[in-house]
Design a protein around this ligand. Structure first.
Ligand SMILES: NC(=O)CC[C@H](N)C(=O)O
Length: 389
């Protein structure tokens, strides 16, 4: 249902001066960000709490947002990280047995601004045509907007290029993770007998990545984004995992790339990276990353595994991409996007070192790509067998 009140209480200003009016919900106030659109039909809470969305506001192309409410069980990190959300209709009342809070109350509690009643198709077209804009969003119940000030704030937003945001969202301390993926009827369960010791470097990790590792038999220790090779190798891991995360990989690479290079040189263990972790691995191997126009954000992105010829439907959330033309000798392109041919995976020919641009942990999205966690575990099994023989 559209909002009953015709008086706008929220305004979105694009840096080019385009304005969208609607109804605010959640927190009041102002925020600035890059604006992207996400086409997933489910999982708005997982999207809002994905640390990779730092510095971004998400336009949801799916119109019915709010209908599953919110539950702490679905948080991908402790608090929402995305700056705000733009939706077509007012948030639907929650109708779900797992709900503990309505979406607007949850947004307000976490200081996040929402705006409904927006022609999200028009907004999405604008993003597709001109690239992800810099925007300012205000929720003001009085409805008095300082339009010139809002546009100026949108123009002053520094953008995501050159921004290291991983350090802001990473854990400050190392910790152990032993919760597995959600499964009916028991929900989340603790792992019992992990087979592989894995260090996950947290550039902004989603919980379901850590759960997926635990479900694949990994005893996971999470280290901060700034962990050195010494910090990682001191734990004597069987494998190293590089997580997803926000911001510009080249900026985070200033400290992450030397650490990853040294891990590759000194520790001969399997390495698996996802999204920002994929981009950082590519940089460490000598490739380059570039900013995309409107990026990939959704849960239905077809990707071809060039090794098997199989197509998997994947969850995606990235605004930068690895330039496949820049991949050096010895680094194989393993996966490509069937939407635009962009790089979606790499591996080393001679060692179990591989990464993907998309999100095999889903949350939200299809489970087609979970095999990658099993491939990582199998590589650690193979290494243990070689060492034993
Ligand atoms: N999900 C991610 O890890 C995103 C990686 C990177 N921040 C990008 O936007 O491309």
């Amino acid at each position: 249902m559209p909002f009953a009140s015709p008086t706008p209480t929220a305004c979105l200003a694009l840096a080019d001066g385009t304005l969208f009016y609607g109804q605010g919900f959640g927190a009041t106030g102002r925020t600035t960000a890059e604006l992207c659109f996400n086409t997933a039909m489910t999982g708005y809470q997982e999207i809002m709490t994905d640390p990779s969305y730092a510095g971004q506001i998400v336009t949801f192309t799916f119109p019915h947002v709010g209908n599953t409410g919110t539950t702490e069980e679905d948080d991908e990190t402790a608090v929402p990280v995305s700056e705000g959300m733009i939706v077509k209709w007012d948030p639907t009342l929650a109708s779900n047995w797992r709900t503990t809070a309505e979406l607007p109350a949850w947004m307000a509690r976490h200081g996040r601004i929402g705006m409904g009643g927006v022609d999200t198709r028009r907004l999405t077209r604008a993003i597709r045509q001109s690239g992800a804009p810099h925007v300012a969003l205000e929720h003001n119940p009085d409805g008095n907007f300082d339009i010139a000030g809002l546009v100026a704030e949108a123009r002053a937003f520094p953008g995501l290029v050159g921004r290291d945001l991983a350090r802001d969202v990473s854990t400050l301390q190392s910790y152990r993770w032993d919760e597995m993926r959600w499964a009916w009827p028991h929900g989340y369960q603790r792992q019992e007998a992990p087979r592989h010791r894995v260090v996950a470097i947290d550039y902004g990790a989603k919980r379901n990545i850590l759960r997926s590792l635990a479900s694949a038999g990994c005893e996971v220790t999470v280290l901060p984004a700034t962990a050195t090779a010494d910090d990682v190798l001191a734990l004597n891991p069987d494998g190293v995992f590089l997580t997803n995360g926000p911001g510009d990989p080249a900026a985070t690479g200033v400290y992450a790339v030397p650490a990853i290079r040294e891990i590759l040189d000194r520790g001969k263990m399997p390495v698996f990276g996802v999204c920002l972790g994929h981009q950082l691995l590519a940089l460490a191997l000598g490739a380059q990353t570039v900013k995309m126009g409107h990026g990939h954000h959704g849960a239905n992105h077809p990707v071809k595994d060039l090794g098997t010829g199989k197509v998997e439907i994947t969850s995606m959330n990235h605004g930068f991409t690895v330039d496949s033309q820049s991949l050096p000798e010895g680094v194989t392109e393993t996966h490509v996007s069937l939407f635009d041919g962009s790089n979606c995976g790499i591996s080393l020919a001679d060692r179990p070192v591989f990464s993907v641009q998309y999100h095999p942990e889903a949350s939200p999205g299809p489970m087609d790509s979970y095999y990658l966690f099993e491939r990582f575990a199998a590589a650690m099994d193979a290494r243990a067998e070689t060492a034993a023989s």
